[in-house]
Ligand binder design. Structure first.
Ligand code: PFF
Length: 455
């Protein structure tokens, strides 16, 4: 439990490196694919409002709690929760739940990441031959059998290769340079989309909430997205916390990550919804929304095809940082507890993820499209179980450990690190971790189960 433990483990070299890697885990398909499509299928601005509240009131406190526990223990997520409270080893269930969640998320994440990589090539080809990608192209890709499977396997192999090369080298290098580029490209998309005739309807859709739409399923979806977006409730941020330098200030770091992440989501929304309305599409376009909209945003613009390709290249890069952090959860455990080498751990993890991932991918092709469990396809089931159930439950347990069981002085000591004197926010954040975040998670979960009626 001492900080000397870090010497024998790989770690982020600097506070800036830790920030960019954390942002690299947070920013990914969640911003560019999931945020817009969930906003579209949950009625627009009311969902956005619920989401922003969940990030501020639940997301930031849980990220703080995970970073505190990670840095205090300097261990992988399973062992961190096993040892953080003396004689209460049962909390390691949080780490185990996290391992399950990581594999479930990767199962559908790699499917979508595969579509993104495929679109890099498809959009380039369309540019060269002078056409635009349409809805039929996406349907053919996602509904295929071998093509999406091959892309999925390819992206998994790439992410496992980066993981095998080590934490600071692999993750920091891959994410540090390319995130700013993604940001700039999103801005270009926004300018383009907002200058389309009829774009203002999309802006209202995103920012004018109709509070009647705040139903229990919408609140649960917003909470689940906040966890998914910020990579919370499953030990990823605990693991990253275990690599944090001692000098990193936990609250400001977490707040900056949440703000950067939210800005990217809103920029993605501003690129997509104005275009959806301008082209007479439907916001509730489901998982294909991104793929069907972006080529249209750039169509008819000079070199529009090239911009489309660039957009998908940068999105592909963003998926890598997130996937790497998801694979890191089981890999950290396999290397530290099971003593596997990093390359072997990465291969074992990747193989397990592909086995389940193939089910998610094939559930959209005729091979498995008829199979429904609790009325959901494998793809939707893995998403629902991880984002809307495991992550919020994990977050609740993490809040209990950090807010109620960890000695107050220990918790505050971690939050004070990096400051010369105790900062104003230490006590406030303690209260958020102890009361606000767990109560909200509990209320939303009970509401969505029908046990409590808010609406
Ligand atoms: N935060 C990532 C995204 O929004 O794309 C997804 C993710 C990464 C979720 C890592 C969970 C995680 F542990």
């Amino acid at each position: 439990m001492s900080s000397s433990g870090i010497k024998s483990r790989d770690a982020f070299a600097t506070t800036l490196g830790a920030f960019t890697a954390t942002v690299g885990s947070a920013i990914g398909l969640g911003n560019i694919w999931k945020f817009p499509y969930l906003t579209g299928s949950n009625g627009g601005a009311a969902f956005v409002l619920a989401y922003l509240l969940c990030v501020a009131l639940v997301g930031i406190p849980i990220m703080i709690a995970e970073h505190v526990i990670g840095r205090r223990t300097r261990q992988n997520a399973v062992q961190a929760y096993e040892t953080v409270i003396p004689r209460q080893r049962g909390w390691s269930a949080i780490g185990w739940g996290g391992l399950v969640a990581a594999v479930l998320i990767m199962a559908f994440y790699t499917d979508v990441a595969g579509w993104v990589f495929a679109y890099v090539f498809k959009s380039l080809r369309a540019f060269v031959v002078g056409t635009t990608l349409g809805q039929g192209d996406f349907a053919a890709l996602a509904g295929g059998t071998w093509e999406p499977l091959a892309w999925q396997l390819g992206v998994l192999a790439l992410a496992c290769f980066i993981i095998a090369s080590g934490v600071s080298k692999g993750i920091e290098r891959a994410t540090k340079t390319l995130m700013p580029l993604l940001f700039v490209l999103l801005l270009i998309c926004d300018v383009r989309a907002l200058s389309l005739p009829g774009a203002s309807a999309g802006v209202s859709y995103l920012f004018r909430p109709d509070l009647a739409k705040l139903t229990a399923p919408v609140l649960l979806a917003a909470l689940g997205l906040a966890f998914f977006k910020l990579s919370l409730g499953m030990g990823t941020m605990t693991t990253y916390g275990s690599y944090l330098p001692e000098a990193t200030r936990i609250f400001p770091n977490a707040a900056r990550v949440a703000v950067a992440d939210t800005v990217v989501s809103l920029l993605a929304g501003l690129a997509i919804f104005p275009a959806v309305f301008a082209f007479g599409g439907t916001p509730a376009g489901g998982p294909g929304l991104l793929f069907n909209t972006i080529p249209l945003v750039f169509a008819k613009m000079p070199a529009g095809g090239l911009f489309t390709t660039l957009f998908f290249i940068l999105t592909a890069v963003a998926t890598i940082g997130a996937m790497v952090s998801l694979i890191e959860v089981p890999v950290a455990w396999l290397t530290e507890k099971r003593r596997l080498s990093r390359p072997v751990a990465a291969i074992v993890t990747g193989a397990g993820m592909f086995a389940l991932g193939a089910l998610a991918t094939l559930s959209q092709s005729p091979v498995l499209s008829g199979v429904k469990i609790f009325g959901k396809s494998f793809f939707d089931l893995f998403d629902f179980l991880s984002s809307n159930l495991l992550l919020p439950l994990g977050g609740l347990a993490i809040a209990v450990v950090a807010g109620w069981l960890l000695a107050r002085t220990d918790f505050q000591a971690e939050l004070d690190k990096g400051f010369a004197a105790r900062p104003w926010h230490t006590k406030l954040m303690s209260a958020f971790v102890k009361f606000v975040a767990p109560v909200l998670i509990l209320v939303i979960l009970l509401d969505s189960l029908g046990i409590l009626r808010l609406s």
